[in-house]
Ligand binder design. Structure first.
Ligand SMILES: Nc1nc2c(ncn2[C@@H]2O[C@H](COP(=O)(O)OP(=O)(O)OP(=O)(O)O)[C@@H](O)[C@H]2O)c(=O)[nH]1
Ligand SMILES: [Mg+2]
Ligand SMILES: [Zn+2]
Ligand SMILES: [Zn+2]
Length: 236
């Protein structure tokens, strides 16, 4: 975890970040968009999940991706094949996206497209199981991935990510038969950190569990659209 209070400068980094997150959130709500912040350690399968999600849902939902990577455009290129706007953000030396970086992506969406046409913005965060969970970017929900290859103890050892998650995907379950891993123990450890989190075991390779993930995305998106419509009605 980064030091988030710099006494010399007197700046509370998390506080400043939260103000930027509120700004981003107000854009999303104004445009009727729901935003998910997708987080995991490197290689747990975020981009693979997004590939499957875009392949299935981009016909029924208008989706844009904000793709955070320290240096390359590799993940953004993988996702552009699905014909949706993919805004790449290189974080340089930073191991997480912050709200200011994501604001840059949102403002590009605003200037290059009609943002009110979009339903869903998927933010793929930098692969890191620690600090992305602490830096809000204006998302409505945090989606954390934990692959079966990482070990049952990770929710206990890296608690913040699992405490903060609204939805936890246990990924690469097709590999479970080849490993010494107990998926029910992963679930129990996650529940110990966060009793109410939605847990969905998935495989981007075999498609197992993906329908449950797509249904979760659909229901969250339609809830946001209803909330935004009610809010507009109340204002008029
Ligand atoms: N067997 C199996 N492999 C998977 C699955 N999902 C992803 N992978 C593989 O895991 C590796 C990493 O997947 P990515 O989707 O690039 O992971 P990521 O979380 O986006 O990685 P970073 O963006 O670098 O943090 C790739 O070789 C994928 O093919 C799955 O469900 N099953
Ligand atoms: Mg990726
Ligand atoms: Zn970081
Ligand atoms: Zn703005």
């Amino acid at each position: 975890m980064h030091q988030t209070f710099d006494a010399a400068l007197g700046i509370n980094l998390l506080h400043a970040n939260q103000q930027g997150a509120d700004h981003n959130r107000s854009h999303f709500d104004e445009w009727g968009i729901i935003c998910f912040n997708i987080m995991s350690s490197p290689g747990a399968g975020k981009t693979a999940l997004l590939e499957r999600t875009l392949a299935t849902l981009s016909d029924e939902l208008k989706i844009a991706v904000i793709e955070g990577d320290m240096t390359t455009d590799l993940d953004a290129e993988r996702l552009r094949k699905y014909g949706v706007p993919v805004i790449a953000i290189n974080t340089g030396r930073s191991c997480h996206l912050d709200s200011k970086m994501v604001a840059g992506g949102i403002h590009r969406l605003e200037h290059e497209y009609n943002p009110s046409e979009f339903d869903l913005v998927l933010v793929e965060n930098v692969g890191n199981l620690v600090c992305p969970a602490e830096f809000e970017v204006g998302e409505h929900a945090k989606v954390a991935l934990l692959s079966v290859t990482e070990g049952e103890d990770k929710p206990l050892k890296y608690p913040i990510m699992f405490q903060e998650a609204d939805c936890l995907l246990i990924t690469k379950i097709d590999l479970a038969p080849y490993l010494d891993v107990d998926i029910s123990q992963i679930e129990a450890n996650v529940r110990q950190m966060n009793p109410d989190v939605t847990i969905i075991p998935v495989s981007a390779k075999t498609s197992e569990g993906l329908e449950a993930w797509f249904d979760w995305v659909r229901s969250q998106t339609s809830q946001q659209q209803q909330d935004c419509a009610l809010h507009l009605l109340a204002k008029s």
